[in-house]
Design a protein around this ligand. Structure first.
Ligand SMILES: [Zn+2]
Length: 210
């Protein structure tokens, strides 16, 4: 496994960037040696394993637990296999599933990372992109706390663009064109991030920050 260590990224921890360098003052930084994002709350999920190849795709998802409710500890608990099945009827339905994503962006913009980027997280399931199956092998999963038909928050777009820009800088195998929704790679099975997600806005913000 090759690692790409970008000195400029390693030194540009949140808030330390000069204001005139064209990047957001909140730019995210990735240590490609460890695969962790600076400034993210770290909650290490056991639901991951070795990747067979470099990350080549960023997959945008949504999640809310219980469905349609925001806040609360349940997404962390799900990715830690510690969901309290008695806390909500839906939790019983998903009891025992072992899933994870690399990153969660909460409604208030909080970043949480569960799996280092060079490890394989378990977010895509049966999926296909550009003729390749098993997208988890080569994808980075980013969950937005949300549902398909409720507008995502301004700060979620800002954080998502920061994380995408940091990933593209850190991993040359990624690019702004290599971003898909879960619904794109698992059509008919998954609908997230849904019609509420404004792809044009994401690409506009990425361009503005570039
Ligand atoms: Zn999804």
């Amino acid at each position: 496994m090759r690692h790409f260590r970008i000195a400029s990224l390693l030194s540009c921890a949140r808030g330390e960037l000069p204001a005139d360098n064209g990047r957001s003052a909140m730019s995210a930084a990735i240590d490609t040696g460890t695969g962790w994002l600076a400034g993210a709350r770290r909650v290490q999920s056991p639901n991951c394993d070795e990747r067979p190849c470099e990350p080549e795709l960023i997959v945008v998802h949504n999640i809310s637990l219980p469905p349609g409710e925001f806040g609360g500890p349940w997404i962390d608990r799900l990715f830690l296999n510690r969901l309290a099945v008695d806390a909500h009827p839906y939790f019983r339905e998903i009891a025992g599933v072992e899933v994870s994503s690399h990153v969660l962006i909460r409604r208030d913009g909080e970043l949480v990372q569960y799996v280092p980027f060079h490890r394989r997280a378990w977010h895509a399931g049966a999926s296909s992109w550009a003729g390749r199956e098993r997208c988890n092998d080569f994808a980075i999963g980013i969950e937005l706390e949300g549902v398909d038909d409720v507008a995502y928050t301004d700060v979620q777009y800002a954080r998502l663009a920061e994380v995408v820009a940091a990933l593209v800088s850190a991993y040359p195998s990624l690019s702004f064109e290599r971003i898909a929704g879960h619904s794109d790679i698992s059509p008919g099975r998954k609908t997230d991030p849904g019609p509420a997600f404004d792809w044009a806005r994401l690409h506009r913000v990425l361009k503005e920050n570039a």
